[in-house]
Design a protein around this ligand. Sequence first.
Ligand code: NAD
Length: 504
Amino acid sequence: MSEFEQNLSRSKEYLARFKDAPLGQFIGGKFYTNDKTFTNLTPVDNSSLGEVSEGTELDMDKACEAAKNAFPAWRDMSGAERKKILHHFADKIVERADEIALVESMDCGQPIRFMKQAAIRGAANFRFFADKAPEAANGLSLHQEDHTNFTVRTPIGPVGIITPWNTPFMLATWKIAPALASGCTIVHKPAEMTPLSAMLMAEIAKDAGIPDGVWNTVNGYGATVGKRLTEHPAIKAVALVGDSATGRRIMRQGADTLKRVHFELGGKNPVIVFDDANFDRALDAVVFMIYSLNGQRCTSSSRLLIQNGIKDKFLTALEKRVSNLKVGHPLDPNTEVGPLAHQEHFNKVMSYMTIAQEDGATTKVGGIHRADLGAGCYVSPTLFTDADTTMRIAQEEIFGPVLTTIGFDTEEDAIAIANDTDYGLSGYIWTENTGRAMRMAKHVESGMLWVNSENNRNLPSPFGGVKSSGIGRDGGDWSFDFYMETKNVCIAHGTHKVPVLGAS
Ligand code: NAD
């Protein structure tokens, strides 16, 4: 049997249970299903993977209450004990890594070559924050002449975690691991389009001994259970990974209860390649950062800004590479680009093929539905050239394997084009000139910049965007700052003069 056939056969075994019984809710340590369900389709061929319970506002209320009731004991548990439990959770992820990877690929269409590592990276996220749990409360010591101040951090309370469908498992671990390590309890609302790996995680939480009510998962729609989560008075903060429009909505929804929010939103990230760049490495990175993960990646470099001196040579090489990408079934180990996550998103991405024509750009490669691959959401990797920054394909997040290229002459031009968008998540600079790299790093408006690299993630480093790409930062201590309150304690040395009133 080929590796592909083995993957298919194991995925059938793992997925069978979802056909037999609807996916349920996990609240207060108990799993249950609702009468009303919706169908979860795989983008591989748009067939059903099974039914999903449609959570109600009442389910969400129960989940928030469960998180509230479980909070005091979890908060008061020692960091060392939380560390042990979270490492145990990571061990269990590793045990079920094969299942997580295959289920995730079939649910969201991401090629198995990338999803294989997703579960392991998810476990690594948990281990990183587990190790930091004992020091989460640490603060500063701030001295005055007659007083000493010290700060201490305490978990903010139950929090809501709302995640999208592009890489559901990995993104959920980024948010949930620091929340639990800091002593918060959570209510997770996964994307309705890709709910399977979130339920595997809930099962692992139960199995790993995370106390009942500390972790709750509610399936259902954003407009109902998602909205309720952001409005619930027991929930003190909401972390969202999703669309910028959803972030705006959640801010409004959470206003009455003064929710603290952390948003990781969309991007239209530039990769800027100068004439003096290392040509081959830049080419590899440009292809990787837009066509991996089906282009459904917030940090994808969806705009290539190419200096006119090497433009023709670079685009010729790029055209060849894009034409050569292997599109196919996500469980085939040779597949580089799988189907887009769901039909609605496929329709959105396909609409930009027409928009590009209307804009006056050239479709150098792709631009078509790969109907030859069956009834799934397959799009051919696409390369638009002759674009300019005013075009919709240069301004709007397409979130697919679609690259828009724009030529430029000078550093100043590159900065102006790079910043001419509502977004500001990440940017990538390719140059051998260190001074220029420093100038670009200063002037490109984004939360993260990589110089001569693709998206290399360092867990202690801050992750997040500016402008419409988000609010706040993830990673290392930044995550603890979000999930915790800082208290200042000011202690007098007993030597200063206390003001005296009413003594005479
Ligand atoms: P989305 O905003 O439509 O959905 C995200 C989640 O929000 C889902 O669980 C959804 O049910 C929920 N939701 C929707 N409306 C809600 C409401 N009114 N109240 C509460 N919850 C609500 O996003 P998507 O289409 O699932 O994901 C794609 C988007 O995510 C892209 O824009 C992408 O750039 C972004 N993304 C950003 C990052 C990042 O780190 N910046 C990472 C991955 C994806």
